[in-house]
Design a protein around this ligand. Structure first.
Ligand SMILES: [Zn+2]
Length: 251
């Protein structure tokens, strides 16, 4: 690290759990962020500010005026531009020393598998179950840790699914693919703006910890936030031995 980097990351380096070694791990890491909206904005901004050396943003949508209430990586001037490109510009304004790739496309399973295989950690910042399950399948297949977040109305949830541990559940253990869940997007249901910031920031925190190998992750736990009464609930989640996604991937 040069003098400028030592200053930029000094408040992380001062932490015993991180230090120079941990900061080097972040600089050498590659994070894949699926979705550059409400969750992806704060998550990616913290990854960038913290010095994650390579960040890949995937989003096929464009910035809309209705996004700006909560999707803080975007600006009024960028309405109509691709979200991935808009978020990339914000991340590089925060930290021009990192490499940010913007993919303005909806990725199919093959592309997703390649992207996940090339990443050290994956952040699911999407808002629909089909994509969440596709991302989970790719992470289980490539044995990459997945940091999952979701927010709707005044409710949020966040967890980590880490297929490297063997005994940990995957996303599909918790939300089976064949079960019909109410697929309600923010685009139709409304969402309390700061909650995507709370959950997105927690996703960034978990991703940074996983990249540095510090602390204990949320693997095996689901944190649920009732933002209207500001109460957190943490529940333990176990592996489903009959899960069609991860049952064959026992280490
Ligand atoms: Zn599973």
């Amino acid at each position: 690290m040069n003098d400028s980097q030592l200053l930029r990351y000094s408040r992380h380096i001062l932490l015993d759990e991180i230090g120079i070694e941990g900061q080097h791990k972040l600089l050498a890491a590659h994070a894949l962020v699926i979705g550059a909206g409400g969750l992806g904005s704060p998550a990616a901004m913290y990854l960038a500010s913290a010095g994650v050396g390579r960040i890949t943003l995937v989003d096929d949508d464009t910035v809309d005026l209705t996004n700006l209430q909560r999707q803080i990586a975007h600006t009024t001037e960028r309405v109509g531009q691709p979200k991935a490109e808009s978020a990339r510009a914000t991340l590089l304004q925060i930290n021009p020393e990192i490499s940010v790739t913007a993919l303005n496309q909806r990725v199919d399973d093959a592309r997703l598998a390649a992207l996940v295989a090339d990443a050290d950690v994956v952040l699911d910042c999407t808002d629909n179950f089909a994509t969440r399950h596709a991302v989970n399948r790719a992470c289980v297949a490539a044995r990459k840790p997945l940091v999952s977040g979701a927010v709707i109305r005044f409710d949020g949830q966040v967890s980590v699914f880490d297929p490297r541990g063997g005994a940990q559940p995957c996303y599909s253990c918790l939300f089976p693919q064949d079960q019909r869940f109410e697929d309600v997007a923010c685009s139709t249901m409304g969402v309390f703006a700061p909650l995507v910031g709370v959950v997105g920031a927690m996703q960034a925190a978990e991703a940074l910890k996983l990249l540095m190998g510090v602390g204990a992750s949320l693997a095996g736990r689901l944190m649920m936030l009732d933002g209207l009464h500001m109460e957190w609930t943490s529940i333990g989640v176990g592996r489903n031995g009959a899960c069609p996604v991860c049952a064959d991937h026992t280490i």
